[in-house]
Design a protein around this ligand. Sequence first.
Ligand code: ATP
Ligand code: MG
Length: 314
Amino acid sequence: MLKVEELSKNYGDFVAVDRISFSAGKGVVFGLLGPNGAGKSTAINCISGLLQPTSGRAFVAGHDTVAESKAARQKLGVVPQELALYEDLSAVENLRYWGKAYGLRGDALDARVAEVLEHIGLADRAKDLPKEFSGGMKRRLNFGCGVVHKPPVILLDEPTVGVDPQSRARLFDLVEAERDAGACILYTTHYMEEAERLCDSLAIIDHGKIIAQGTVDELRAKLGARDVLQLSGSFPPDATRHAMEALSNNGNHDLEFVSQEQQSITLTLSNASQHLPAIFEAVSVAGGNVSETSLRSPNLETLFLLLTGKELRE
Ligand SMILES: Nc1ncnc2c1ncn2[C@@H]1O[C@H](COP(=O)(O)OP(=O)(O)OP(=O)(O)O)[C@@H](O)[C@H]1O
Ligand SMILES: [Mg+2]
């Protein structure tokens, strides 16, 4: 239903999206997980036709988004990161506007708008203006506007940013309902919990490039069962590295020295908590000291940390 082939977008000399490829079928949520500025919105805007790709192609329900842009657009529902609501139109009028824009008329329009209002939990606020709504209610209405014409492919760009936990849960339900009804959904986020919870498969994107791709389980398997251990303190560079490598050779076979910052080091290893005393001892012998320890079990966030050396959320 959705296919992206070697898609790139440059802004002048700056490469915002760098030859990304992925595909997703019916009834699937595909995630694009990456930090601020990774290129998620740029990718979505290329697929939706808002931006012209610099190179590469995208297909929506088999239609090339450039060569057959009109046919592709008919099959698409877009829920943009920036709210696309008319503040001087009521909730129901916003939905009717988008329904009409996609060719719905008469009874079909009335019925679908009523259904969506119910679905997004705003039936009792139908006549109110979005400016009187909370952030979560606006997000829900934004979502409704994107799906009012029952598109088979839906692009959701960070739909939960700035919403309270209750609205977030409600938005998850909405996404899952569209998926269960057979839609193919592209979901961008910088929250790994959302990606883990919602996405059947996903691509991790950073600086415009896909740096890992697969199902959540496949991506977790890349880490193996290793924990990620970050130590803060002071660490003489070479001596610390050598000490860790020596430890690794002397029994902690899967200990890996990932990176060293000015006042921290990052390691991965299995059952890290059992090996903490030996690690502290080795740091001390190397002339360093540990002031703080952070131990995390493997998840998409730690995978991102290992792949890029930085946190997903700055
Ligand atoms: N019109 C533009 N002109 C020049 N650079 C741009 C333009 N739009 C975006 N960029 C740059 O392209 C990169 C990708 O931006 P994009 O908005 O796609 O990221 P994002 O992953 O959606 O981030 P966020 O999570 O903050 O929404 C950023 O470095 C951004 O500064
Ligand atoms: Mg964005």
